[in-house]
Design a protein around this ligand. Structure first.
Ligand code: BTN
Length: 244
């Protein structure tokens, strides 16, 4: 089959990419849709994906990786997309752990990695990337207006979606090779350099605990290390982390 699938509309490019991966699509297969009717976000949320205004795409990856390293792949994807946004638009995008991309405190991009696994190994992984490119304030539903933004709003000009897609793919390929050759350490350093979380007060709420403190860095495995007010070190591995 072909490696690039350009769609006008679909429920979710994640679902299309999973279908292709299950049929044996090779690594690098990319599904892009002009709009999504049921875009999905992390933690069961919806992803607003209007026609013609954003980049809604899913990439098939086939890393030879134990499942426990998936968080590293997630951070790698964030570094690649954040670098691409900076390079193409000059907008000072920053990473919010684990991999939202923010500009001036508002979300401009969300990343969703979904993996199919077998015997604790990754069979394939779908990297879903949603970038708000050319939306105007009025394109957003009321509830998103204060928390989301677009590259056009932030830079004051329209941004070429095809150029940005090209740069995202270049960056992903480069980081992926770097990860294979040099391991996670260089990616971790870059993530910290592009971070909008580190040095900030953060709060993470899960079913059984609340962690609040200053984000101080990433652990070797990619968790967010937090120094609490009582002077305790905690590492957050999953869920939602608010910058407060
Ligand atoms: C998040 O919750 O921040 C992650 C959002 C991921 C959205 C992208 S858009 C392309 C791909 N297809 C989907 O349905 N979701 C991802």
């Amino acid at each position: 089959g072909s490696r690039l699938h350009l769609l006008e509309s679909t429920s979710s490019t994640q679902i299309e990419a999973i279908k292709l991966a299950e049929e044996g699509a090779e690594a690098g297969t990319l599904v892009i849709s002009d709009m999504q009717t049921n875009g999905r976000g992390r933690l069961g949320r919806n992803w607003f994906s209007p026609a013609g205004k954003g980049i809604w795409m899913s990439l098939v990856l086939r890393p030879e990786l134990p499942v426990r390293f998936m968080p590293q792949l997630t951070l790698l994807t964030g570094v690649a997309v954040c670098s691409a946004i900076r390079k193409v638009t000059g907008v000072e995008a920053g990473l919010k752990w684990p991999n939202d991309i923010l500009v001036n405190g508002r979300k401009v991009c969300g990343i969703l990695l979904e993996a199919a696994t077998e015997d604790n190994k990754v069979r394939y992984c779908i990297a879903g990337i949603g970038i708000d490119v050319n939306l105007s304030e009025l394109d957003y539903p009321e509830d998103l207006r204060s928390i989301a933004t677009s590259l056009k709003i932030e830079s004051g000009t329209s941004v070429s979606r095809s150029r940005l897609i090209g740069e995202v793919m270049n960056q992903l390929e480069a980081r992926y090779l770097q990860y294979e050759n040099e391991g996670f350490a260089p990616i971790l350093k870059e993530w910290e350099a592009l971070s909008a979380s580190i040095g900030k007060q953060v709060r993470s709420v899960t079913l059984n605990q609340v962690i609040e403190g200053t984000a101080i860095g990433l652990s070797d495995s990619g968790g967010l290390m937090v120094l609490t007010e009582e002077g305790k070190n905690s590492t957050i591995f999953s869920g939602e982390v608010e910058i407060i």
